[in-house]
Design a protein around this ligand. Structure first.
Ligand code: OGA
Ligand code: FE
Length: 328
């Protein structure tokens, strides 16, 4: 029998409700031939029975408190259920930017105190697994099914593993829609998360913040209250959805938008992801893929910003290029 969230029934009323339709993401055994086909085509799939992080299925709060190490970890604090990521390096030149969350550094024991007495705030630990973790955790890490992921990396010609992020979140926490520039094997360890995904083709419906923004790669649309006057194409957005439970591994393809929420009736959620650099293409084929086009759009924005030295001059220049000339 397949392991993971397939064994649990969900109360359809316990999910946050949004304005768009969604269809389910396929859930397949790791040896099912369609699994490879989907990954090769950069389509999301929940892969069961990988045993990718079985040694971490026991990473509950007590175990992590004992073994994560006594160092300081990165913990985000939010006044709402949303934890919208921002790049601290991009804040410096933007005095008007008010961060939606605070980044705190604390020991795991201090984090546990916050979980027990959150007050009006929410907390989300997001710490890269590094050499400061305790010995037992290193052993668990070495016990991951590296044969499996190394084989996937080779088969799909991905670049190197760049990092593993450990996420420990309160029920109801939300990571709003964004895309990453890496391939991701997302392993759910404890508790339940719902993930909504949108293909890179929907770039125009999700209105990412401009490249210079600390919120680069994040959607500007507030899913709880979409401003359709400002973001009219959000009406066209169609998502894919999945609920992940312990043992499930979700492949989140590079440039796919994703929105992640810890179920409100879940225990504290624990996940670990595996981020890989994308592969390099030997021979460019036309027409270009949507992923290549998103990369081109990012490069054009970066070049223009570098040339103009002023984000405020981007829009008038881009409008002059397009308006009345390249409009559809
Ligand atoms: C990711 C990601 C968010 C979350 O792994 O890329 O966006 O809340 N995770 O799990
Ligand atoms: Fe992400």
């Amino acid at each position: 029998m397949a392991s993971g969230s397939g064994d649990r029934k969900y109360d359809p009323n316990k999910f946050r409700k949004y304005t768009f339709d969604t269809e389910p993401i396929p859930r397949l055994h790791c040896y099912h031939p369609d699994t490879d086909r989907l990954i090769a085509n950069e389509r999301p799939v929940v892969i069961t029975d990988t045993h990718l992080a079985d040694t971490a299925l026991k990473w509950d709060l007590e175990y992590l408190a004992k073994h994560l190490g006594s160092g300081q970890h990165t913990v985000y604090r939010s006044k709402t259920h949303k934890f919208k990521y921002y790049d601290e390096k991009k804040i410096k030149n933007l005095p008007s930017f008010t961060p939606p969350t605070q980044v705190l550094r604390m020991t795991f024991a201090e984090f546990l105190d916050k979980l027990r007495n959150p007050g009006k705030d929410r907390y989300y630990l997001q710490q890269a697994l590094n050499d400061t973790v305790g010995k037992q955790l290193v052993l668990d890490y070495l016990g991951f099914n590296w044969d499996y992921v190394n084989e996937q990396q080779r088969k799909f010609k991905w670049g190197p593993l760049t990092s593993n992020l450990l996420l420990v979140g309160m029920p109801g926490n939300v990571t709003p829609a964004h895309y990453d520039e890496q391939q991701n094997f997302f392993a759910q360890l404890r508790g339940y998360k719902r993930v909504l995904l949108f293909p890179p083709e929907q770039f125009g419906c999700l209105y990412s913040h401009p490249i210079h923004s600390p919120h680069d790669r994040q959607s500007q649309v507030d899913f709880d209250a979409p401003d359709l006057a400002r973001f009219p194409r959000f009406r066209e957005v169609r998502g894919h959805k999945v609920v992940l439970g312990p043992g499930d591994v979700l492949y989140i393809p590079m440039y796919w938008w994703h929105h992640v929420e810890s179920l409100v009736d879940s225990e504290v959620t624990v996940s670990v992801n595996f981020w890989y650099k994308g592969g390099t293409v030997d021979k460019i084929e036309y027409p270009l893929s949507i992923q290549q086009k998103v990369a081109i759009m990012r490069n054009i924005e970066k070049m223009l910003l570098e040339a103009l030295h002023d984000p405020d001059q981007m829009a008038p220049l881009l409008c002059d290029i397009v308006k009345g000339r390249y409009d559809l």
